[in-house]
Design a protein. Structure first.
Length: 371
């Protein structure tokens, strides 16, 4: 297999008009050049990471940045969803200001989706906006969270309720970082790749199924082209609707599996990983697709079988009939995609044929209850 060195420019509706994404084994060593090209004149850079990722990869990144003549500081946060909080946001702003990070400098986000979201929102707010380079370390962040410019923190009432659009100045995806990722997190990342295949490309979905063992093993060379394809599929959707304003379809389609997924994730108090919750959300979406979008009945069984191949939870009924249901139903009332008394819900008529349904939360719950 030829080594993957995938490069893509993602357009944004503001200067500099686009940002680059590079997917290549060993690409983390190239971050200084990417930063210098994207943020000309920067003298300081702040690495935002969590304790585990910083311990595994931080010195390599710090060394590459320092060697290019940059003054490098670091802000390290606790591992886990709890770091997407107002407390971590305000303390992070104070740390970055004390470092002397100015408008012409940059932040480098080294970590999974939590770090990428927090660092991106810090960059959005600091000095009314500084550049951020995303260096995702988890599979989920590599294929999804690092690309697109959505950044947010959670609030007690729900996930990602305080946020902004802040496109990165560049994205460096190094599949070698997956070698240190626990298998549970590799499985969780696969859920977003499965989502991209279901939405846009049956051939990509087939390729994921064929490579399931390598993906769960975090095998960098096997993962790299699949990561690149997932990014390209998401990028095509984001480029057409960067601020999720399309009345029908557009970027909203990327919420497939997320309406119920986010609700279950929050209901579990984030004991459930995002990808695990999205997998269950995909099961829910297939049930709704069959009931309201005319999808073939075999689609639910097919999607559940894919999730099982990756070791992801697929027994939606067991979870939905348990103690999480009540809290998840309450979370639907605070869903960001709600307009008045109706949810914009993403379903499929078949693989690669998404549709937007308008459902009252009570109707959605009734379908999932089997009523």
């Amino acid at each position: 297999m030829e080594p993957t060195d995938f490069r893509l420019q993602i357009p944004v509706p503001q200067p500099p008009a686009s940002y680059g994404v590079r997917v290549a084994c060993g690409a983390l060593s190239d971050v200084a050049r990417v930063l210098r090209d994207a943020v000309r004149g920067a003298t300081r850079v702040a690495i935002v990471s969590d304790h585990q990722v910083m311990a595994a990869h931080g010195e390599r990144l710090r060394g590459a940045l320092t060697a290019s003549g940059l003054s490098v500081g670091a802000h390290v946060v606790p591992v886990g969803e709890a770091s997407k909080s107002m407390e971590e946001l305000t303390s992070g702003l104070d740390v970055l200001l004390a470092m002397g990070i100015g408008r012409g400098d940059a932040i480098v986000a080294l970590g999974g989706g939590v770090v990428g979201d927090l660092a991106g929102l810090l960059a959005h707010l600091l000095m009314r906006g500084v550049a951020v380079i995303q260096c995702p370390s988890s599979l989920l962040a590599q294929v999804d969270a690092s690309v697109g410019g959505k950044v947010a923190i959670d609030r007690p009432l729900g996930k990602n309720l305080v946020g902004a659009f802040h496109p990165p100045a560049g994205v460096i995806v190094d599949p070698e970082l997956l070698r240190t990722l626990p298998k549970r997190h590799l499985r969780a990342g696969a859920a977003e790749m499965i989502k991209h295949g279901l939405l846009f490309d049956a051939a990509h979905l087939d390729a994921l199924i064929a490579a399931a063992e390598d993906i769960v093993a975090g095998e960098p060379e096997s993962c790299a082209p699949l990561i690149a394809t997932s990014i390209a599929l998401k990028a095509g959707c984001v480029a057409a609707d960067p601020f999720e304003r399309a009345a029908e379809g557009g970027r909203m389609l990327l919420n497939l599996g997320h309406t119920i997924g986010h609700a279950l994730e929050a209901a579990s108090n984030y004991a459930m990983l995002h990808g695990e919750a999205v997998g269950l959300g995909l099961c829910a979406a297939m049930r709704v697709s069959i009931a309201r979008a005319g999808a073939p009945p075999a689609l639910l069984e097919h999607v559940c079988a894919i999730l099982e191949r990756f070791g992801l939870p697929s027994d939606f009924d067991r979870v939905w009939e348990g103690e999480l249901r009540g809290r998840a139903v309450a979370a639907l009332a605070r869903d960001k995609k709600r307009n008045a008394e109706v949810l914009s819900y993403i379903a499929l008529t078949d693989i690669a044929h998404p549709v937007v349904l308008q459902l009252a939360p009570s109707e959605l719950v009734a379908i999932l209850d089997g009523r």
